[in-house]
Design a protein around this ligand. Structure first.
Ligand code: GRF
Length: 217
């Protein structure tokens, strides 16, 4: 059973998807700690409702990024954490921290990486007029929103929808692909080779294409 920490900063809907997955008998991972850098993150309530151990490591309590990350690392080590899932964790992590957890830390991003890295992805997707977008779970590397891709899901963009509707549709897929990525990793089926994640006995279960909605204006 892979011991996982989930790091959050806010709403925690992806955390909830991971909690729900881990509650299933046949799921090969367990959440041993939920850590937030914000005391008022709603995800902490979700974690407590599920009976999970939580901790707040507030970056504002530390003089610099290094000491914040050291505290984070201590918290993770004390909890016996073997693997990290970033789920809406809104702090950039230094390369020292990232390298300590190399190939043992996943992130979810609401676009089809490597396109649309950074914030406000859905607004930028609509502005760019692309036909497809989606979400990506990837191993974390020091560069933001970069790293070997484990799972992805694509949706057709409806040019008449707004960014919040698109965000909702993508979010539903996030909740599908994050548990699936964690399952693949925890089953030992993911091997990082160079800049790619290879999935053992891949059956395309790590990629999804969701049918478009009818484009009614
Ligand atoms: C998600 O859209 C995720 O892809 C991004 O931040 C958002 C977090 O949402 N990294 P939630 O806190 O999981 O609901």
């Amino acid at each position: 059973m892979l011991k996982v920490a989930v790091l959050i900063s806010g709403r925690g809907s992806n955390l909830q998807a991971l909690i729900d997955a881990c509650a299933r008998d046949d799921f090969p991972a367990t959440i041993v700690r939920v850590i937030s850098n914000k005391a008022d993150a709603y995800g902490l309530v979700r974690a407590q409702n599920a009976g999970l151990d939580t901790a707040v490591v507030n970056h504002k309590d530390f003089p610099d990024r290094e000491s914040f990350e050291d505290a984070l690392h201590t918290e993770l080590s004390n909890a016996g954490v073997e693997f990290i899932c970033l789920a809406g964790f809104m702090r950039i992590l230094n390369s020292d921290f990232v390298n300590r957890w190399r190939d043992r830390m996943l992130n979810i991003h609401p676009s089809l990486l490597p396109a649309f890295k950074g914030l406000h992805t859905h607004e930028r997707v609509l502005e760019a007029g692309v036909g497809f977008t989606g979400c990506t779970v990837h191993f974390v590397r020091p560069e933001m929103d970069d790293g070997p891709i484990v799972t992805q899901a694509a949706v057709a963009v409806n040019p008449h929808e707004d960014a919040s509707r698109l965000a909702e549709r993508v979010l539903l897929l996030e909740h599908l692909i994050y548990p699936e990525a964690l399952r693949l990793v925890a089953e030992g089926r993911v091997k990082v080779v160079g800049s790619k994640a290879e999935i053992k006995e891949a059956t395309y279960s790590n990629t999804w294409l969701v049918n478009p909605e009818p484009m009614i204006e």
